[in-house]
Design a protein around this ligand. Structure first.
Ligand code: PRP
Ligand code: URA
Length: 209
């Protein structure tokens, strides 16, 4: 079964509080999502494999560690996932970025895919799928289905706020995909919004309504 990691780092929790607040404007919201994405990327990369290489410092020869694992593919779920891309790239600047476009049908809450473009060397990469929200789980499940259909094998999912319903659905659909979240909220409301959540992530990031 997929593992679920809830990041309790004080900086992440502090920034998330201001992301949640209804009176936080678009500019500040965007900046905070970017900062939290960087902090989460720091935690999510904790298990990256290392190898020793020989180097020369100005003083002596020594063995020192460098990253040795597969290259990273970063996949935001459009639209709101875009808000987390730059923050992750600050720590993993060489990652290639794919995109999966999905929107949630407001009536059925089912995800509808309208775009998918991944790095051509998809089989050679470990993927991090990012989206601020994991609500019913439909979008994350469909995005990961899309990646797997195209050959992706190792995938992690990272979001800011998750509902228990979405975590359960994603774990059941993709038991091999570990889930990294900043906060596990209480529930979904009758419109499929996370409670207390932060509202519509895409609208708050891009200033739309
Ligand atoms: C939001 C959010 C997720 C999805 C989560 O996107 O960014 O992708 O809802 O809900 P789910 O877990 O129930 O699928 P939305 O469909 O509003 O599209 P947008 O990013 O284009 O605004
Ligand atoms: N999508 C959002 O943007 N917010 C929610 O609370 C649920 C789905």
């Amino acid at each position: 079964m997929a593992k679920v990691y809830v990041f309790d780092h004080p900086l992440i929790q502090h920034k998330l509080t201001y992301i949640r607040k209804a009176d936080t404007g678009t500019k500040e919201f965007r900046e905070l999502v970017d900062e939290v994405a960087t902090l989460m990327a720091f935690e999510i990369t904790r298990d990256m494999p290392l190898e020793e290489i020989e180097i020369e410092t100005p003083v002596d020869k020594t063995k020192s560690k460098v990253l040795s694992g597969k290259k990273i593919g970063l996949v935001p779920i459009l639209r709101a996932g875009i808000g987390m891309v730059d923050g992750v790239l600050k720590l993993i600047p060489a990652a290639k970025v794919g995109h999966v476009g999905l929107y949630r049908d407001p009536e059925t809450l089912q995800p509808v895919e309208y775009y998918a473009k991944l790095p051509s060397d998809v089989k050679e990469r470990d993927f991090i799928v990012v989206d601020p929200m994991l609500a019913t789980g439909g979008s994350a499940i469909a995005a990961i289905d899309s990646l797997k259909t195209r050959g992706a094998k190792h995938i992690k999912f990272m979001c800011l706020v998750a509902a228990p319903e979405g975590v359960k659905a994603l774990q059941e659909a993709h038991p091999d995909v570990d889930i990294f979240i900043a906060a596990l909220d209480e529930k979904l409301n009758e419109h499929g919004y996370i409670v207390p959540g932060l509202g519509d992530a895409g609208d708050r990031l891009f200033g739309t309504k």
